[in-house]
Design a protein around this ligand. Structure first.
Ligand code: PBG
Ligand code: ZN
Length: 323
């Protein structure tokens, strides 16, 4: 007997009948960069199609996205106020709190807002935690400010806080802080599995958050050791995370699949800035068809097991139309 796989591929009709495309628009979370000022948008050169925008412009952007069917957004702040500790991360008059309350006033529960909680956009040195005299990032000393920042976001209308700093126990201290202040309904999407990756370059340009000394390898994960991924997820689960994340996505599909097998929590994958930039600049150079390669990437992330996909492609793929 000869098994001929080609019989299952013989026509479009049979191929379409067997397709398992898991990608749905409800999975998308669209990142937004909020900057200070009024009625301004500044394009990010290494992220073609994405801009930093002032709060009033973000409101218009969300309205446009909502009409396309994007209902979930992840807010990042860009700050000119920086100090060694990153105190501005918890400033209730900061751009993220301001935008959260504007958006909730305008769109209420028709959208779900996630807000990135970290210190790096607010520290002079660009690290995600507070360094000691020698420049070593201190874990426990960074926790109170992270928790304070999360609370400020909750008070401003954030539905879900998303800590991206990678300090141990931050989920625990954030959960306690939120509960003590009466925000038990605010969720925590933990950047549980965040690798020290070379794919974050365009984001750091956008947010002005590149480390000014050293790198993030003492707190972000080493991509040569995949076993820590499941441990990080299980620890965050015990600390009270409501959903977990793997980041980046495309070079980490094995990790997404492994985490999927080991948790029952919702799983987000972050299709990061460098992954997006590769598609954009590759397509521009004529290396591949932009729409087709984008869909292939996003379907791969969904197929690996992601429930939510944080992606800069969300708006354009819905403008193109999902298959
Ligand atoms: C910072 C943060 C980073 C990203 C999200 N939050 C970059 C970093 O760790 O330096 C990256 C997102 C992207 O590249 O799209 N806490
Ligand atoms: Zn950070």
């Amino acid at each position: 007997m000869k098994v001929r796989m080609r019989r299952l591929r013989a026509s479009k009709v049979i191929r379409d009948s067997l397709q398992m495309n898991p990608l749905r628009k409800e999975q998308f979370i669209y990142p937004l960069f909020v900057m200070e000022g009024n009625d301004k948008a500044v394009p990010i050169t290494t992220l073609p199609g994405i801009s930093r925008q002032t709060p009033d412009r973000i409101v218009k952007e969300v309205e446009y996205c909502l009409n396309l069917g994007i209902t979930k957004f992840l807010l990042f702040g860009i700050s000119s106020k920086k100090d060694p500790k990153g105190e501005a991360a918890a400033d209730p008059n900061g751009m993220v709190p301001k935008t959260l309350s504007l958006l909730k006033k305008e769109f209420d529960d028709s959208i779900v807002l996630f807000s990135d909680v970290c210190l790096c956009p607010y520290t002079t040195h660009g690290h995600c935690g507070v360094p000691d005299e020698k420049g070593k990032i201190q874990n426990d000393a960074s926790l109170p400010l992270l928790a304070k920042a999360a609370l400020t976001h909750a008070e401003s209308g954030s539905d879900w806080v998303a800590p991206s700093d990678m300090m141990d126990f931050r989920v625990k201290v954030i959960r306690e802080k939120l509960d003590d202040a009466g925000f038990s309904d605010v969720g925590i999407l933990s950047y549980s599995v965040k690798f020290a990756s070379n794919y974050y370059g365009p984001f750091r340009e956008a947010a002005g958050s590149s480390p000014q000394f050293g790198d993030r390898s003492t707190y972000q994960m080493d991509y040569r050791d995949s076993r820590q991924a499941v441990r990080e997820v299980l620890l965050d689960e015990m600390e009270g995370a409501d959903a977990v994340m793997v980041k980046p996505a495309l070079a980490y599909l094995d990790i997404i699949a492994e985490v999927r097998r080991n948790t029952l929590l919702p799983l987000a994958a972050y299709n990061v800035s460098g992954e997006y930039a590769m598609v954009k600049f590759g397509a521009k150079a004529g290396v591949f068809d932009e729409k087709k390669i984008t869909l292939e990437n996003l379907i791969a992330i969904a197929r690996a097991g992601a429930d939510w996909i944080i992606t800069y492609h969300a708006k354009e793929v819905l403008e193109w139309g999902l298959p």
